[in-house]
Design a protein. Structure first.
Length: 454
């Protein structure tokens, strides 16, 4: 059966490429300050139509509290069969510097054996992966489980719309097992499930020093510069070696298990020759087990067009990733207190939270992981399943774990290092898409069989 399912998935790949191209074409960045909301709305309708075409019932566009839309559908299974919830998201990160893309970011482009486009791997490709698995099963006797599909519309913004909607409608996403299709293999061709996710908090910090900008020649040297004050404040978030140093936040945990060599990490991260990595401990410690602060953006005058002025105000967006065992709400308080206490010269400071999600740890000893290990082994020609951490955040995971404590949660996906998610020239490996879709189909069949034996 494994060979038959794999052959069917392979035969469906041309259709998958066409559909992924259609979905990538939507500029579905869930931030109206950057792209029109109509782009996200159109992407949501496309996903809903795709679910209806596959026979899903109760397909709905869910208006969530953050103003985004998530797409839901239910595909009934045989009587007595377990229910599996499949997750992906259709919103994407902004393309960043479009001039740096080798092909248009919202046009799926094949190059050197990969498909390039924003969202190709994260996570529009994840939705296509789910569709491929279900179509393959339909071609070989039908889908043996009940399937709920939820496709989120604002995951990348971290604004919590789907989490709050799920809490208000706890029956909607209830399932025996949940497959989150939004992580990735440790390396191309090495099947991996993700055991941990870091949580995240995002804040804006604004520093004000003057009623208005001043001539730097007339007042510079005595007038307090808000931009300089902000830079000093942000610099306080790191130790000399670059480690995150938020007052009161532990930053010395270790990762036990799969390790990430510095050489491989430098290659994957495309670190420039001669530039040092930051932090201490192993790479796995730094990206999976410890907090990490990042300055995501600064509002200040650009170099082109700048005037000789002392700046009266400056603002930054700061992200803090926190590992399992650290409460994201407490981390937010510590980050806020740190920023407020490290602003120099008595400058006025205002810190506002704009997003937050808790870290997550999966139980990889649960029965569904045994089934997934066998499915991945078959799909990857005998390669054993590996277990890794993930430095990123999927806030919904903790919400689902709290709502459905008996459900098993598995995390797989297409975002291996070469995919360059969140960066320019994001891409997906069609071979990885094919293998993971095959593995998911094998998993759903194996899970149904295991449940029947139980």
């Amino acid at each position: 059966m494994a060979q038959a399912l794999a052959a069917t998935v392979a035969s469906l790949m041309p259709q998958a490429r066409t559909e992924l191209a259609e979905l990538v074409a939507f500029k579905s960045v869930a931030d109206p300050a950057q792209f029109p909301p109509a782009e996200c709305e159109a992407a949501a309708r496309w996903v809903a139509d795709a679910l209806r075409a596959e026979g899903f019932q109760d397909v709905a566009l869910l208006d969530t509290p953050d103003g985004s839309q998530s797409v839901y559908g239910f595909l009934p299974g045989p009587a007595g069969a377990p229910t599996v919830l499949l997750y992906a998201h259709y919103d994407v990160q902004p393309p960043l510097d479009e001039a740096a893309w080798l092909s248009p970011p919202f046009t799926l482009t094949e190059r050197d054996g990969r498909w390039y486009g924003r969202g190709a791997a994260d996570c529009k490709g994840g939705f296509i992966m789910h569709l491929l698995a279900l179509r393959a099963l339909k071609a070989h006797g039908g889908v043996p489980v009940g399937v709920k599909m939820i496709v989120e519309g604002s995951e990348e913004q971290g604004t919590g719309g789907l989490e709050r909607y799920a809490e208000e409608h706890p029956e909607l996403l209830a399932a025996d097992t949940i497959v989150i299709g939004d992580t990735g293999n440790f390396r191309l061709g090495r099947p991996t499930v993700t055991a941990t996710l870091r949580g995240m908090t995002m804040v804006t910090v604004q520093v004000d020093t003057l009623e208005g900008n001043l001539h730097s020649g007339q007042f510079g040297g005595a007038a307090p510069d808000a931009l300089a004050a902000l830079i000093r404040t942000l610099d306080s978030l790191r130790a000399e070696d670059g480690s995150t140093a938020v007052d009161g936040l532990p930053a010395d945990a270790s990762w036990e298990g799969l390790q990430y060599s510095e050489e491989d990490f430098r290659t994957d991260a495309k670190v420039l020759h001669g530039v040092e990595l930051i932090g201490s401990g192993t790479v796995a410690d730094r990206i999976w087990a410890r907090p990490a602060v990042t300055v995501l953006g600064i509002d200040c005058p650009p170099v082109v067009g700048a005037t000789p002025s002392v700046q009266a105000s400056a603002r930054a967006l700061v992200s803090l990733r926190v590992p399992p065992g650290t409460d994201a709400a407490e981390a937010t308080k510590l980050l806020t207190a740190h920023l407020e206490s490290h602003v120099p010269w008595g400058a006025r400071v205002r810190v506002e939270q704009v997003g937050q999600g808790q870290p997550f740890r999966a139980d990889t000893t649960s029965p569904a992981y045994t089934v997934m290990a066998e499915a991945l082994r078959e799909a990857y020609d005998g390669a054993e399943m590996e277990i890794a951490g993930e430095g990123g955040s999927i806030p919904l995971c903790n919400t689902l774990a709290a709502l459905y404590p008996e459900a098993e949660i598995l995390l797989i996906g297409l975002s291996e290092p070469e995919a360059q998610i969140h960066a320019v020239n994001e891409s997906v490996s069609p071979d990885e898409l094919r293998r993971l879709a095959t593995a998911e189909a094998l998993f759903l069949r194996g899970y149904a069989e295991a449940a029947g034996r139980g």
